[in-house]
Design a protein around this ligand. Sequence first.
Ligand SMILES: Cc1ncc(COP(=O)(O)O)c(C=O)c1O
Length: 435
Amino acid sequence: MKAKDASEEQLKKDLAELEELYGKYKAKHLHLNISRGLPCKEQLDLNAEMFHILDEKNCVAEDGTDCRQYGVIYGLPECIKLFSDLLHIPEERIILGGESSLNLMYDQMLRIYNWGMLGEKSWSRQAFELSAEGKKLKWLCPVPGYDCHFNLTEALDFEMINIPMLETGPDMDMIESLVKDDPTIKGIWCVPQYSNPTGTVYSDETVERLAKLDTAAKDFVIFWDNAYAVHHIYKENVIKDIFKAAAPYGKEDRILYFFSTAKITFPGSGVCMMASGDEMIRETKQLLKLQIFSHDKLNQLRHVKYLKSPENIISHMKKVAEILRPRFDMVDNILREGLRYSDLYTWVKPDGGYFITVDTYKGTAEEIVTMLEQDGVKVAIVASTYPYFHDPDDTNIRLAPTYPPIEELRTAMEFFCIAANLVGIRHILQERGAL
Ligand SMILES: Cc1ncc(COP(=O)(O)O)c(C=O)c1O
C-alpha cells in the first residue's frame, strides 16, 4: 500500500511510532559512517600475501628488466598481458598507469583538454572560443552517477547534462538525439558494469548503440570506467565488448577504457590501466613521455606474482563476494522489513559492485541524510550522485555496505529506515495540510 493512499489517522499513528523509535536510536549517541565505498578489513586481509611476494632477489621481470630501475614507461609486459587476458583487450591497446584509475582518467582528460585528440583543436581552445558566445563545452552524465567523475568535468567547466539511467544503462534515445547535431558535446561518463551507484549492467543494445554513436563532435569520447568489471556478488554478468562493437564503425579511438585493481587488491596501491584504439594509444604514448619515466613497476610485478592469471583473479573475487554478500543481503532485508509503505523508498539489489542506492519519497533525501548525520550516522553525502550536487527530485541516496563492521552497518541501516519512513510520512501529511 502507498502512504499516499493511507488515512490521515493511520499516518499520524505511524508518525508518532516512528518519532518514538527515532528518539531511541538518537539516544544511543551513535558515531557511524556508512558513506564510503571502501573495502572492509576482511577483504584487505585476503591480500596479506602481497606483503611477502617481492624481495631484493625477486624483482626482475620476465624479460630481465630490473623493476627497481627507471624505464618501461607503458607498463611491464606481463602485467599488461594479465589485464589483456582478463578483459579480452589486445595487449598493444593497453597502457598501464600508476595506482589509481581516477588519476589516469584525470590525466587523459587533461591531455585532451590541453593538446586535443586525433588532429582536433584542444578542448581548452574550443572552450575559449565558445566562451565569446557565452557558451560552454558539454558533457553527458548518466545519473545517478559517481561524484568523482562529475567533480572533474565540473572543474573543467563543462556544462553537465543529466542522462537518466534506465535498467539497461543510460537513456540511449536521449543521448543519440543530443549528440547528433551538437559538436560541443564532447563526452560521456560510463560505468558499464555494476555502475556506481545503481549497480546497473549495461545491456548489449546499450553497448552497441554507444559503440556506434553518431556524434557531431569528431572528438567525442566515451570514458568507459569499468571499475567493477569482476566485482560479481550474486551473478556473473558479462557485458558486450565495446571495442569489438565499435570496430566495424572505426570508432575504437573514442573509447577510453579504464580498469584498476583498487578493489581487488589495495585501493590507493593497486595498478590501473587505460585501453583505446590504436591511434589514441599512439597519441597518448607520445604525451606520456612528457610526463613520466615509468610507473611503479615493483607494484606491477607484485600484482602479477600475486594475481597470476584471470582464473585466479576470478576465484579471488569469489572470496570477496563471500565477504560482501552477507552485507548486501542484510541491507536488502532491513530495507524490505523496514518499509512501511511502498512509496516511501525504493531500491534495487544489485548483482555486484559496491553500492546500493535508495530513492526516497520525492523531496526528502537531503532532509533524511542531514538529520541522520546530525544524530551521529553519516549515510551519504547529500546529492553526491548528481552533477553540481543537485538532485532535481531530491530522492537519491547512495549506501555503501562494504566497509563498516557488520553490526554497525545493521544499526545504521535500521536508523536509516526509521528516518526515511518518518520524513516521508511527515512530508505526505504536510502536503495534505494535516501537519
Ligand atoms: C566507478 C569508479 N571508478 C573509479 C574509482 C576509483 O578507482 P581507483 O582507486 O583506481 O582510482 C572508483 C572508486 O570508488 C569508482 O567507483
